[in-house]
Design a protein around this ligand. Structure first.
Ligand code: ADP
Ligand code: ZN
Length: 727
């Protein structure tokens, strides 16, 4: 018997498989998708078995595998295929695809000490009466009774009675010890939630999905904020489980969606496995085994949960479909929604993408009937969407209101007097974004990156939000010792201003700085939900999926911040973030009021937010994309040429463009090289090249060849990103 083994070799990025002989003693243990240990150039390496055959026609002698690493198959047929799909779609190596798909403990190249955990159980080794007779004291008898009454107990618990007695009983073989594999996480099973009666819109969406459970139908569940999308997901999944099938539910980032997860846990209990970034490697390994063994039916998780080894998959649901978190920003640059489509086709099952603010790409597909659009136009119980007003900050500044407008202050007061809560969004953390000297013009900048340092007052430090570079702030200009000026403000400053203006109100801040610790996000949310606090302020984290019944006012402090980012999607992102933030207001017993503070009161996108009008935004933005030849009218490839050496970087970037121009078809548009929007990060220069195309049968081939040219170049690196989320 011979096996074909995929080995990941550090200095070769291309995939290599090698043939090994299987010694007779290991033949029964070998199967496709398991790891084996093999000799390779005087080393021992691990690799996945990709195929098995009985014959090997080459003449020369061939090495034998050393052992089989896994008891169970790791890469089942579906996962093997997904790996190939990722390799072909995103032009990466097969071994890097599998490495991305698997938890650390199961990767082929990883040397880890993540092991299975076992617990010891004690059982009677002889008949109960006989056992009692053999006991020499009461403690021993107590232990025998304890084991007998419970049909075996955990050793840990018997030890609480008497460790020495346990040892004696074991030695005398009156009782025996057995090891049982255990999981680090125990699924809590609080089944305290029941189905709600669906309203008409929910029912009709539910029916359409249910009618297509055995088809690879793609649905866009387009439902306004608070329209009850989660309830539709849960009831559909209930049907899927009743048909003995399984479900994957993707959410943007699990720690950011505790309420969503809580809903699933309380509806489905131990049927659910959670895959989130806060799991330890050991916990992740355990959850993976639970899933692969069919001990759970539903997997809820962030991006990589799309690789969950569920068998008999019945549906895939992607909540907040528009979220950028579904795209991985490093190699392999896969998009979980593409993988979801692939699995939907492979298994002939539906894919449901849900959002209140669908991405333009997905809505465009729905409008061409490539996806079936299911609309939830109304909030649950016909609660009204919030009322939005725009405030012109240029006018406010004349009145001396730099950060909080008159109107917002009034609304805050009014809400508090009605015993309601307030959410304030400012998508920038820290205190000041720029510190400059008034006399000599000195500005604190990152020495490694092309960006100013942000001042964090609590730690009196200046930090680079790209590379983490940190220094302490001096009291005066480090250059001329004159006074320093602070420009731009972040959440930390906002918190201080609120405390000054409203000394009686209790304020919570939620941003990257206050949520570093495990569970801190959840704690802040629970504190706010308890009603003890009046104001929750924070970055875009607070705009997502949260459901606080008592929030009636949402203030968007600086609506312009994200609009001005140089990226073709910044309008779309701004709309999505602000619309979602506005949707936090007036979800239950209150009428929502949203105050949008801006210096661009005529900006069309902000007007669409103020009107809560997705369709208007969609038509406007689609028109721009068409004119400028951006997605969804054109596909994009983003190439980044990076190097520590500026001259080399620039030279190679020019060569790349030349190469593309002479190899791609004439209809493709090649832009660049230009310096990337943040030109230097961590002392590495970055040049950017963009390809826009509709159909180009030479594209993949050209990119693969180009990539090969750079593998050997030690000085300059090339990154290729197909369908990038940012350029
Ligand atoms: P979305 O995800 O669309 O923003 P949610 O799923 O958070 O909306 O639902 C909003 C609220 O309405 C939640 O508190 C949910 O429990 C409740 N809800 C959903 N469907 C129903 C229903 N059919 N009847 C009563 N309440 C519902
Ligand atoms: Zn930096």
């Amino acid at each position: 018997m011979y096996v074909e083994v995929l080995l990941e070799l550090k200095n070769k990025q291309t995939d290599q498989t090698y043939t090994y002989k299987v010694p007779d003693s290991l033949e029964d243990l070998v199967s496709v998708g398991k790891r084996v240990k093999v000799p390779f150039n005087h080393r021992e390496l691990e690799g996945f078995i990709l195929s098995i055959s009985d014959f090997y026609d080459k003449e020369y002698k061939i090495a034998e595998i050393i052992n089989v690493v896994d008891e169970d198959v790791i890469l089942n047929e579906e996962l093997l295929n997904i790996g190939k799909f990722i390799k072909e779609t995103y032009l990466c190596s097969l071994s890097s695809s599998y490495a991305t798909m698997l938890p650390k403990a199961l990767k082929a190249s990883e040397k880890t000490n993540i092991n299975k955990k076992y617990k010891s159980n004690l059982f009677l080794n002889i008949d109960y009466e006989a056992a009692l007779k053999k006991c020499s004291n009461n403690k021993q008898k107590e232990i025998i009774d304890f084991i007998y009454e419970n049909d075996g107990v955990e050793k840990k618990e018997a030890n609480l009675i008497s460790t020495s007695s346990v040892i004696t009983l074991l030695k005398k073989e009156i009782i025996r010890e057995e090891q049982e594999e255990m999981y680090r996480l125990n699924s809590m099973s609080v089944l305290n939630d029941t189905k709600k009666v669906l309203n008409e819109e929910q029912q009709s969406a539910f029916n359409k999905i249910i009618e297509n459970l055995n088809k690879p139908e793609k649905f866009l569940l387009y439902g306004v904020t608070g329209s009850g999308k989660t309830e539709v997901y849960m009831q559909v999944i209930d049907e899927v489980i009743n048909a003995n099938k399984t479900a994957i539910v993707l959410v943007p980032e699990i720690s950011l969606t505790p309420q969503f997860v809580y809903n699933f846990k309380s509806r489905f209990g131990s049927f659910v496995a959670l895959l989130h970034s806060a799991l330890s490697d050991g916990e992740r390994y355990d959850e993976w085994r639970k899933i692969a063994r069919g001990e759970v039916s539903i997997v809820v998780g962030a991006r990589s949960a799309i690789f969950a080894p569920l068998k008999n998959l019945g549906i895939i649901i992607v909540d907040e479909e528009h979220s950028e978190s579904y795209k991985q920003e490093n190699n392999p640059r896969y998009n979980a929604i593409d993988v979801a489509e692939y699995r939907s086709n492979l298994n002939q099952i539906p894919l449901v993408l849900g959002s209140a603010t669908p991405s333009l790409e997905k809505m465009a597909r729905a409008s061409k009937n490539l996806y079936t659009c299911l609309e939830l136009k109304n909030r649950i119980n016909n609660r009204t969407l919030p009322i939005c007003v725009m405030v012109d900050m240029a006018e406010e500044i004349k009145k001396g209101n730099y950060i909080l407008s008159e109107r917002l202050k009034l609304e805050i007061d009014a809400a508090v007097s009605r015993n309601e809560q307030i959410i304030l969004l400012l998508n920038r953390r820290g205190y000041s974004t720029t510190i400059t000297c008034g006399s000599c013009g000195y500005t604190y900048k990152c020495p490694n990156c092309d960006i100013t340092l942000t001042y964090h007052k609590t730690k009196n430090s200046l930090r680079c939000h790209y590379c983490g570079y940190t220094i302490f702030k001096k009291d005066t200009c480090p250059n001329c010792h004159d006074e320093l000026n602070f420009y731009g403000y972040g959440t930390e400053k906002l918190e201080q201003i609120i405390n000054q203006e409203f000394p009686d109100l209790k304020v919570l801040r939620m941003d990257g700085d206050t949520t570093k610790k495990k569970n801190s996000y959840e704690k802040i949310i629970n504190k706010f939900k308890s009603g003890e606090y009046d104001i929750l302020l924070g970055t875009q984290m607070i705009s997502k999926g949260l459901d606080f019944p008592k929030v009636s006012v949402v203030g968007i402090i600086n609506a312009d911040a994200t609009l001005n980012i140089p990226d073709f999607r910044s309008g779309e992102r701004t709309f999505q973030m602000l619309y979602q933030a506005a949707g936090r207001a007036g979800r239950q017993d209150t009428i929502g009021n949203v105050i949008i503070q801006t210096f661009n009161k005529n900006n069309f996108i902000l007007k669409c937010v103020a009107e809560q009008n997705y369709e208007k935004f969609y038509n406007y933005e689609m028109d721009i994309r068409k004119k400028l030849k951006y997605p969804p009218y054109y596909y994009l490839v983003s190439l980044k040429v990076t190097s520590k050496d500026y001259d080399e970087c620039s030279k190679e970037a020019t060569k790349v463009v030349k190469y593309l121009k002479s190899n791609l078809s004439e209809t493709s548009i090649i832009l660049g090289p230009t310096t990337a929007s943040v030109f230097k990060v961590n002392n590495i220069y970055r040049f950017s090249i963009i390809i826009k195309y509709r159909f180009d049968d030479k594209l993949k081939e050209t990119l693969i060849e180009l990539d090969k040219l750079f593998i050997l170049n030690k000085k300059v690196n090339l990154e290729i990103d197909l369908n990038p989320s940012r350029i």
